[in-house]
Design a protein around this ligand. Structure first.
Ligand SMILES: [Zn+2]
Length: 517
């Protein structure tokens, strides 16, 4: 047979959260045996040669003896991972005439993904959810590893066929044994019911002030720093923030799932539809927190998109990590520059941080004596730079409860469900007024939306003068006061709202008094 056959199959590459279509073309020409893989493929894709050869032979097919050329087009898109193995193997089978004509007709309407084992088994790959979302928009049927079928089904509106062996795909494409489309085993809408699993704020005994701060944080999407001795409940409080937030919309849930599907840990079906809560350890590297590495993967701040990023022991984090947080905190997006390409990941997270008041943790603690010198305590706090502190909306003290407090507390305040209902109502006021949460008001919007009553303006001016607050601190106070007034359903901000907002920024007052001395 002298006529050269070109087989064309489809797959997608992955660039950040994009999944551009890749055409996998294969030809087998007469000549000395050779296998060329062209089209800007990373090393792991080039290793595909050996896997495909072994998989074909062990599945009872021939590995063509001529000159095989596989082209991944367009060439300028970087391609990584083992996902191209399956279309490459099928391309070679079609080009060498080992699959029937039916396969050639079926191929253009589907996309194939999967890494091949040496025995021909189809192994799971990363990023299927994103690929499925794009394939679905193009109207393509998806042939994916069986282990990835549930993930694909979350985003796909076109049929999804899960396969576990190369032979199954061949029999399907040849029309011998068609595969059945997978069906959803779980509801893909993030329902209210899913939030029922979140821990309740009432599990935290007492701490009504900290719970009030948590409610305000939830209502206006404000960031929060809690300062208190070890064991006072800071982590428990932070873990209860997602339960106060409104349920994710379907679009938000898909955003989160898409980011997770391309992360190092991959997508976890059990977490689908839940508000992200990420708490990297203070020894975490900048790459794991912010994102990056050879594959430009998303970091913790992107995995916390639409959710909560909790940084416990904030001063212990590497300074570079903390400084790298500043820009995403403002912009809600992180840009990762690599030699091959530049990748943007969304990172609109709510920051909750916690710290001890001093290195030993017991400054101002009723139950233990602090062993630190004043200079040590000050140095510890100064590890958090002024610019980062300026970006935190609230700083509150979380004292240790004296043992008597437990008995004295009759109730522990409202349940998470009751607070969440107030948060939802307060958030809809903000969206109606300005289209975003109070924490994300622009400077122009602050002037327009934060209307102060005369007494409130007088209090704010006096506070600014006496405590010498920065302009940034003033903006934060206005936004916080806006949320506090919104929680009460008030349009104009009163002096009590400004007063509470000032109290919720204890480090401003501390900085003001230390500079007066
Ligand atoms: Zn101490």
């Amino acid at each position: 047979m002298s006529q050269q056959r070109v087989a064309t199959l489809f797959c997608r590459a992955q660039l950040g959260l994009e999944a551009p279509l890749v055409q996998v073309e294969a030809t087998v020409a007469s000549g000395l045996p050779a296998f060329h893989l062209v089209g800007l493929a990373a090393t792991v894709v080039r290793e595909s040669r050996d896997r495909v050869q072994a998989a074909l032979l062990s599945s009872g097919y021939e590995f063509p003896s001529g000159r095989i050329v596989v082209n991944l087009a367009p060439a300028e898109i970087p391609k990584a991972g083992g996902r191209f193995d399956l279309p490459i193997a099928l391309g070679i089978l079609i080009a060498s005439g080992q699959l029937r004509q039916a396969a050639v007709r079926a191929a253009p309407t589907c996309e194939l993904y999967g890494e091949l084992g040496l025995g021909g088994e189809v192994k799971s790959v990363r990023g299927i959810l994103l690929a499925a979302a794009h394939a679905s928009r193009a109207g393509h049927v998806l042939i994916v590893p069986a282990a990835n079928a549930d993930e694909a089904l979350i985003a796909a509106n076109t049929p999804v066929l899960g396969v576990s062996h190369l032979e199954e795909v061949c029999r399907h494409l040849a029309g011998e044994q068609p595969l059945r489309a997978c069906s959803r085993t779980s509801d893909r809408r993030p329902a209210q019911a899913r939030c029922a699993g979140e821990p309740d704020v009432r599990d935290v005994k007492g701490q009504l002030q900290a719970k009030r701060a948590l409610l305000i944080a939830a209502a206006g999407a404000h960031s929060l720093l809690m300062i208190g001795p070890p064991g006072c409940g800071k982590t428990m409080l932070a873990q209860r923030l997602p339960g106060l937030l409104p349920p994710l919309t379907e679009a938000e849930a898909l955003d989160c799932a898409g980011i997770a599907s391309v992360s190092a840990a991959g997508f976890n079906l059990g977490g689908f539809g839940r508000r992200p809560f990420r708490s990297p350890h203070h020894t975490a590297s900048a790459v794991s927190v912010v994102g990056g590495g050879a594959q430009a993967r998303p970091g913790e701040i992107s995995l916390a998109h639409h959710g909560v990023l909790f940084l416990d022991e904030l001063p212990e984090f590497d300074r570079r990590v903390l400084e790298a947080l500043r820009e995403p905190l403002e912009a809600g997006i992180v840009r990762i520059a690599r030699a091959a390409a530049q990748t943007d990941y969304p990172a609109e997270f709510q920051l909750v941080a916690a710290m001890n008041p001093c290195p030993c943790g017991h400054l101002g603690d009723c139950a233990a004596t602090c062993r630190c010198t004043p200079a040590e305590a000050q140095r510890y706090r100064e590890r958090i730079s002024g610019p980062l502190l300026d970006r935190l909306d609230m700083h509150v003290q979380v004292p240790r409860l004296e043992s008597g407090d437990f008995a004295a507390v009759i109730g522990d305040g409202d349940s998470s469900a009751a607070l969440a209902a107030r948060v939802t109502a307060t958030r809809s006021r903000q969206l109606d007024r300005q289209g975003r949460c109070n924490a994300r008001l622009t400077d122009g919007q602050v002037e327009r939306c934060c209307v102060l009553q005369p007494a409130a303006r007088a209090l704010l001016d006096r506070t600014m003068r006496q405590l010498r607050f920065s302009g940034r601190a003033r903006q934060r106070i206005l936004k916080l006061a806006r949320t506090i007034a919104d929680l009460e359903g008030r349009d104009a901000i009163a002096d009590i709202h400004v007063g509470e907002a000032v109290m919720l920024r204890c480090l401003d007052r501390e900085r003001a008094t230390s500079s007066c001395r």
